[in-house]
Design a protein around this ligand. Structure first.
Ligand SMILES: *Cc1c(COP(=O)(O)O)cnc(C)c1O
Length: 400
């Protein structure tokens, strides 16, 4: 048996170095706790980056996956499978949108959403010229348009020239977006609450303005709810809090609560754009992943997750406000539900690392912001414990 340090060394030897990892190997999870190879326990306020909404080892969730393993893991999209149909029905029912395409990740959900908007524009006037308006400080994933490297005209038809083109406007600045609109604009994409960019919730007037703009120009409004969706902000989908509906919505992260799965979801207006042959995936919507999705929706309902997020999210908000009052170097506190952040006047890397050492898992969002995206089943006592450890770490780090 190798030690934790030996495993970390092997990780550096064999895994491509695109991350500077924290020095820990997590081996198990239990509720809202993580356990490393040495048996040390950590309170988890990161949830695998806003993924593990139900906590680790929800019994019903585990049982549903084990049950699906005993049935079938994969069949491909050449055939129907029950879990994907059930999961899609639940997304449609809870969102009031029309159709679902399952992907393996958030990035792929975004790719699909962009293709919907391009095809929608193409169908209007056969124009191959297009442009997206996206937001400064947004985050939508790491691919650069897989189609751009797909050397087959059949797959590119309706989407050439490939490689997405975008101009950027300031988030929450409607006038800036308006100034960037041209005849080429085929869609506007934004997060409802910017995650990686630093936990910035949209303003209501901004989203309402985008909706009106897209209606006026007959272009598609795409909401990236990969991080802020699935109950995290105190509604199943964050846009419900604003009363503004997108034409296309991207989901992932908590959608499968640990099983890699995403989806893009189209509203009535956008559902006809993609037709057979326009888009596809081998794994997307496979029975294993969608059995997880389906069970996640059941459990959100039976465990009243949304109500819980509202309640404990308010509590977290109060406690972080109190912390902000105590430390002058905490210069802002923002967020909705269980997606909150505190901004400091110094980089937070040191604080995050020290917290980990003290048994608290938190993550940053940008250099100066500590992000709180715990499992949605977190309790008030867990919040108290988190605040206690963080308070201690802040003072040990010499924060005033
Ligand atoms: C994480 C994230 C993505 C990308 O999802 P992956 O599953 O990592 O591909 C896209 N958009 C937002 C808002 C995200 O937070």
């Amino acid at each position: 048996m190798s030690s934790m340090q030996e495993y970390m060394n092997l990780g550096e030897q064999y895994i491509l170095k695109t991350y500077n990892r924290f020095p820990v190997v997590f081996e198990k999870g239990d509720g809202v706790r993580l356990i490393d190879m040495d048996g040390k326990k950590y309170l988890d306020f990161a949830a695998g980056i806003a993924v593990f909404a139900l906590g680790y080892h929800n019994k019903e969730y585990d049982a549903a996956l084990k049950d699906q393993i005993d049935k079938i893991l994969h069949t491909s999209n050449l055939y129907y499978n029950r879990p994907s149909i059930e999961a899609a029905e639940k997304i449609v029912r809870t969102s009031g949108m029309s159709k679902v395409f399952f992907t393996n990740s958030g990035t792929e959900a975004i790719e699909g959403a962009l293709k919907v908007a391009r095809k929608y524009a193409y169908l209007k006037d056969n124009s191959k010229d297009y442009e997206f308006i996206a937001m400064n400080h947004s985050f939508h994933g790491r691919s650069q348009g897989a189609l751009a490297v797909t050397g087959n005209a059949h797959y590119q038809d309706g989407f050439v020239p490939v490689g997405m083109r975008a101009v950027f406007a300031d988030f929450n600045d409607l006038e800036d977006v308006k100034s960037k609109i041209t005849d080429k604009t085929c869609g506007i994409i934004c997060e409802v609450v910017q995650g990686e960019g630093g936990i910035y919730p949209a303003k209501k007037e901004f989203l309402e303005g985008l909706r009106a703009l897209c209606d006026e120009k007959d272009i598609l409004l795409i909401f990236d709810e990969v991080q802020c969706g699935m109950g995290r902000c105190g509604a199943m989908y964050a846009h419900e809090l604003y009363g503004v509906k997108p034409d296309v919505m991207a989901l992932a992260k908590a959608l499968g609560c640990g099983v890699p799965v995403g989806a893009f979801v189209t509203g009535e207006k956008a559902s006809h754009a993609l037709v057979p042959g326009d888009h596809g995936t081998t794994y997307g919507g496979n029975p294993f992943a969608t059995a997880a999705v389906s069970k996640v929706f059941d459990l959100y309902e039976s465990e009243h997750i949304i109500d819980h997020v509202k309640e404990v999210g308010d509590y977290l908000y109060q406690q972080l406000e109190a912390l902000k009052d105590k430390y002058s170097q905490i210069i802002d506190h923002r967020g909705l539900g269980l997606m909150q952040g505190i901004e400091m006047d110094v980089p937070v890397g040191n604080i995050v690392a020290k917290a980990l050492n003290q048994g608290l898992v938190i993550i940053s969002a940008g250099a100066n912001i500590i992000r709180f995206v715990p499992p949605l089943v977190i309790s008030r006592e867990d919040v108290d414990e988190m605040i206690r450890i963080l308070d201690q770490v802040l003072s040990e780090c010499g924060i005033n």
